[in-house]
Design a protein around this ligand. Structure first.
Ligand code: ATP
Length: 254
């Protein structure tokens, strides 16, 4: 049987004496889009940190394409095909949009020991950066310092940086946070486009986005997955209604 793109088996994490992740098991299949939802403090970002190697689980296993990655360093996990975006923007504000993308591409394209080289001279990096620019719709802004982009454009650039290296498992942490409805709808379309053929795990507070984008929804409450199912089944789940959705009425996707 083909392994899942990403699998968590009975993962635990405590900070001091406080158990934050309490026995999470979860599978994300290849090409699937799974949204992780749950109240503030449920442990969603902590779970992302464990998956991408920023934190080490106390117990349990994390498998990427069937290979154990728990406790490996972020760059090792990235090299195996997993890339993650952050809630707080990760871009270099003084560099242009294209330079930001080129920086994100140096490592995946094998230039890690060549920082002395002029970025302009690396033709393969430039070509890949241009391709990503087109995908995220920022061609017209390629020479603009990233700090001068609108908030929504910065988030699009962030998504571009996340996918630039060609990872096939993408983790997005609240990609539409702080956006207007129109910006958020455009971002959902962007995410759909750039993740075609990839596996997506997304943390999202906007229920309209989560239910409209994902094939399945996992609900994390108090460090435990209380439901993981198709959007309609999760919306109808009485336990989820009581623990979470009752307070976050789901906007029907368009
Ligand atoms: N490094 C840390 N040290 C101690 N406690 C932490 C650490 N990181 C997170 N926590 C605690 O773990 C709990 C879960 O935090 P986490 O950020 O994972 O939740 P979340 O579901 O992502 O919340 P939000 O939706 O508000 O982003 C919180 O109580 C937080 O204070």
């Amino acid at each position: 049987m083909k392994p899942s793109a990403l699998e968590l088996r009975d993962v635990h994490k405590s900070f001091g004496k406080t158990a934050i992740i309490r026995g999470v098991s979860l599978r994300v299949e290849e090409g699937e889009r799974l949204a992780l939802i749950g109240p503030n403090g449920a442990g969603k970002s902590t779970l992302f940190d464990l998956v991408c190697g920023r934190a080490r689980p106390d117990a349990g296993a994390i498998l990427l394409h069937g290979d154990p990655v728990a406790g490996k360093r972020p760059f090792e996990i990235n090299r195996r095909g997993l890339s993650r975006s952050f809630q707080v923007s990760n871009i270099f504000h003084r560099l242009s949009v294209q330079e930001n993308l080129r920086c994100a591409l140096l490592w995946p394209l094998g230039y890690r020991y060549s920082f002395w080289q002029r970025l302009d001279g690396l033709r393969d990096v430039r070509a890949r950066a241009d391709a990503v620019l087109e995908k995220i719709g920022l061609q017209a802004r390629r020479d603009t310092p990233a700090g001068l982009l609108s908030y929504a454009e910065q988030r699009a650039l962030e998504i571009g940086i996340t996918i630039a290296g060609g990872a096939d498992v993408i983790l997005l942490d609240e990609p539409t946070a702080g956006m207007s409805r129109a910006e958020s709808d455009a971002t959902v379309e962007l995410i759909r486009t750039v993740t075609v053929g990839k596996t997506l795990l997304v943390v999202e507070h906007d229920m309209g986005v989560a239910f409209g984008l994902a094939d399945r929804i996992a609900v994390l409450v108090g460090g435990e997955i209380i439901a993981c199912d198709a959007p309609a089944a999760v919306r109808a789940n009485a336990t989820v209604q009581e623990a979470y959705l009752g307070r976050h009425a789901a906007r029907e996707p368009a």
